[in-house]
Design a binder for this molecule. Structure first.
Ligand code: GDG
Length: 484
């Protein structure tokens, strides 16, 4: 059956709607973050099911009732997997966030390789697979997302349930020397090769994965030289591809030029006295390099004192994983650094760093993007980074500069038109900002037009189509390399 005719079943840790307990009352909130931003418009267009955890661990909550109304509005079905608090602790906070997240972002010293986490991860993956088996049929295409659920195809097979399955990893896949540190490395590889398609953000991630497979199965061969290759391990044949995720370009571009948002953008610039705005937008996470970025701004003001009073650095940090000690410490560290830099450089009428620790409304976020002269997107490591793409889509004036970490997946696609930096090199980042500040208008336009053209054509719909087409195509030559 053609991929376009199959019903799509998305499986991810969280549903696109989260149940939250506010003052004893449960409410439904649309989720934030990369995955929801990426898939919601697609499922609305195609119809289908989304299976995931609702965010509520209280067994007395009427989850189905609460999700029902959201589901009707969203235009697709939601099916929830109920998790206990203990399961959430071991599988989500433990294995996913304290093992795989830091390890796959090359931050192995932050890993807690607790065998209890691993066991709970397996139990929860089994629970998810049972729900997938219950709510799907042979003709459905099951598309599993991210590192929380790497064992879906493996458990479906162990239950004797035949499904066409794809997996997409939103975060980087590490090099073999880092991956090998994982005590359960072989089990993860065994599970991933059970999918029919394993997708990554970049060619480099895909190649890292294939190298890890080859480490355990030396006779493994690959065929093809484009974005998608066929991998044969003897017992298994599957596909592995690079599919750089993207955004709904038109939605952002249209918002940025909507009259009320143009007004908002103007007011923002006015409030900052039309100084040049340098913008950072991130979930508050240690992979995003926020402390390093603030220190780079400090270096900028020290090395280029003529910029004092002429720039504002605006950092938006969205609260994330707030119950985790490491994230609380990171928040304290950032509070301290912002205070220090402002204490060191402010004078009456000017404060260099404006820091917002909250989730902005989409309209306000777009106004910040549109107002910013320079976007400083400097994660220490990132699967893709949608903020870089959203900034370009919103830059209707085509005069902004994107300064981008070479360790973001987005760098592989955007390197011709973005200013690439090493986020650990504070002086290098400071020099890049200084150069962007002085950059000629014609050059800025040329770069931004190149970026916008690329994101416009390689948008979220292109991403979904590429993944689904590549899962079913008989000619993998149709998928040329997507990055370098
Ligand atoms: C993971 C991978 C990969 C941010 N602040 C606000 C807000 N956001 C939205 C942005 C953007 C999303 O959050 C962040 O996406 P990123 O891609 O930058 O990062 P992660 O959350 O870490 O996402 C990443 C992604 O998955 C997709 O595959 O690119 O590498 O780590 O969409 O707009 N949204 C609102 N207010 C804010 O203040 N409304």
């Amino acid at each position: 059956m053609e991929p376009g005719l199959r019903r799509l079943v998305v499986v991810s840790n969280r549903l696109p709607a989260a149940l939250k307990n506010e003052g004893g009352e449960w409410t439904v909130k649309p989720g934030a973050g990369g995955l929801v931003t990426a898939l919601a418009p697609v499922l609305r267009d195609r119809g289908g099911i989304w299976i995931g955890w609702s965010g509520a661990s209280d067994p007395t909550v009427d989850v189905d009732g609460l999700l029902g109304s959201f589901s009707a509005k969203a235009g697709y079905e939601l099916r929830t997997v109920q998790l206990t608090e203990e399961e959430v602790r071991g599988y989500y906070f433990g294995f996913s966030n304290e093992v795989i997240w830091p390890l796959f972002h090359d931050l192995q010293t932050r890993c807690h390789f607790d065998p209890g986490y691993w066991r709970t991860y397996l139990d929860v993956n089994f629970k998810f697979a049972e729900q997938v088996a219950r709510h799907t049929g042979k003709e459905d295409y099951v598309w599993v997302h991210d590192y929380h659920l790497m064992h879906q195809a493996f458990f479906l097979k162990s239950m004797g349930v035949k499904r066409n399955t794809g997996f997409f990893l939103h975060i980087p896949f590490p090099t073999p020397d880092i991956f090998m540190k994982l005590p359960w490395r072989w089990k993860i590889i065994q599970a991933l090769i059970e999918f029919d398609m394993v997708g990554f953000q970049t060619t480099q991630d895909r190649d890292n994965f294939v190298r890890c497979v080859r480490h355990f199965i030396p006779e493994c061969t690959t065929e093809g030289d484009g974005a998608v290759v066929t991998v044969r391990t003897g017992s298994r044949e599957f596909r592995a591809g690079a599919f750089p995720i993207s955004i709904d370009f038109n939605q952002f571009a249209n918002l940025a030029t909507r009259e009320d948002i143009v007004q908002k953008t103007f007011k923002l610039r006015e409030a900052l006295k039309h100084r040049k705005i340098i913008l950072g937008v991130d979930r508050l996470d240690y992979t995003k390099g926020i402390p390093e970025r603030i220190l780079a701004i400090r270096t900028l003001l020290k090395r280029f004192p003529e910029l004092t009073g002429r720039v504002n650095f605006v950092q938006v940090a969205v609260p994330s994983r707030e119950d985790v000690e490491e994230y609380k410490d990171l928040r304290d560290e950032i509070d301290l650094l912002v205070g220090r830099v402002n204490g060191e450089f402010s004078f009456p009428g000017w404060v260099p760093v404006h820091y917002h620790y909250r989730n902005l409304q989409r309209e306000d976020l777009v106004a910040y993007y549109a107002a910013a002269d320079i976007a400083l997107v400097t994660p220490l490591r990132d699967g893709m980074n949608l903020v870089a793409k959203e900034y370009c889509a919103c830059n209707a004036s085509e005069s902004g500069v994107l300064i981008l970490s070479e360790f973001a997946g987005a760098a592989a696609q955007m390197q011709d038109y973005a200013y690439l930096v090493n986020p650990y090199d504070l002086e290098g980042v400071a020099r890049a900002v200084n150069r962007a500040f002085h950059w000629d208008k014609v050059d800025r336009r040329r770069m931004m037009v190149g970026l916008r053209d690329h994101v416009r054509s390689h948008n979220i719909f292109w991403w979904v189509d590429s993944f689904l087409q590549a899962s079913f195509s008989t000619n993998l030559g149709d998928f040329p390399p997507v990055d370098t």
